[in-house]
Design a binder for this molecule. Structure first.
Ligand code: IMP
Ligand code: MG
Length: 188
């Protein structure tokens, strides 16, 4: 089905193969995930939701509003992608939260697990700081990572092996503001 005029307006004319997860589907799943996370910790245990920027920013902001308990939020920036659609296998840590992770339960929030490089680099670094626990929550999981250091405890959707954009996910910094998740058509 061709993209609607509204979609093309949002993408600046770039065509999508299809919309993979629409707004309603995402909202329903994110609400469920929030409840699941809340249920995993005792109400008096300190909880820090740590978002991996930039990709997780929309997911995280929707998610924390569905976790009905006290929590703290912080962010970390790690990028494994250059400007294109293929992974460089290289992880840059651009911002490291100065706040202590000690004696806190950490939920690390990712937009998508692809090659797993980012997580494999980050998990040991965060573990070194002595959190009470460290769990991963990802909106999307491609299930292609060969030796993922740790499986995410919470997965929103098992994603198709396509390049996805929207709801925080970008292609060369474009499309993060799409309210849905779509699959980008290759340049012809
Ligand atoms: P990994 O280190 O290969 O698992 O990749 C993780 C990061 O790459 C994610 O946090 C995303 O920012 C980016 N990424 C991986 N796959 C996609 C995709 O399909 N669309 C947009 N970004 C992606
Ligand atoms: Mg990312």
């Amino acid at each position: 089905m061709p993209d609607s005029a509204e979609t093309l307006q949002r993408t600046g004319g770039r065509e999508l193969t299809r919309i993979v997860y629409d707004e309603k589907t995402i909202a329903a799943r994110v609400a469920e995930m929030g409840q699941e996370i809340a249920g995993a910790y005792e109400p008096d245990e300190p909880l820090l939701v740590l978002g991996l920027l930039k990709g997780s920013f929309i997911f995280l902001s929707d998610l924390v509003r569905h976790i009905p308990r006290p929590l703290h939020v912080d962010f970390i920036v790690a990028s494994s992608y250059g400007s294109g659609t293929t992974t460089s296998g290289h992880v840059n840590l651009l911002y490291d939260p100065s706040i202590s992770l000690e004696n806190k339960h950490i939920v690390l929030v990712e937009d998508i697990v692809d090659s797993g490089t980012t997580l494999s680099r980050l998990v040991p670094m965060l573990e070194e700081r002595g959190p009470l626990s460290l769990e991963i929550c990802t909106l999307l999981h491609k299930h292609i990572a060969a030796n993922l250091i740790r499986e995410p405890r919470w997965v929103g959707f098992d994603a198709p092996h396509e390049f996805l954009i929207g709801y925080g996910l970008d292609h060369s910094e474009d499309f993060r503001n799409l309210p849905f998740i779509g699959s980008l058509k290759h340049d012809s």
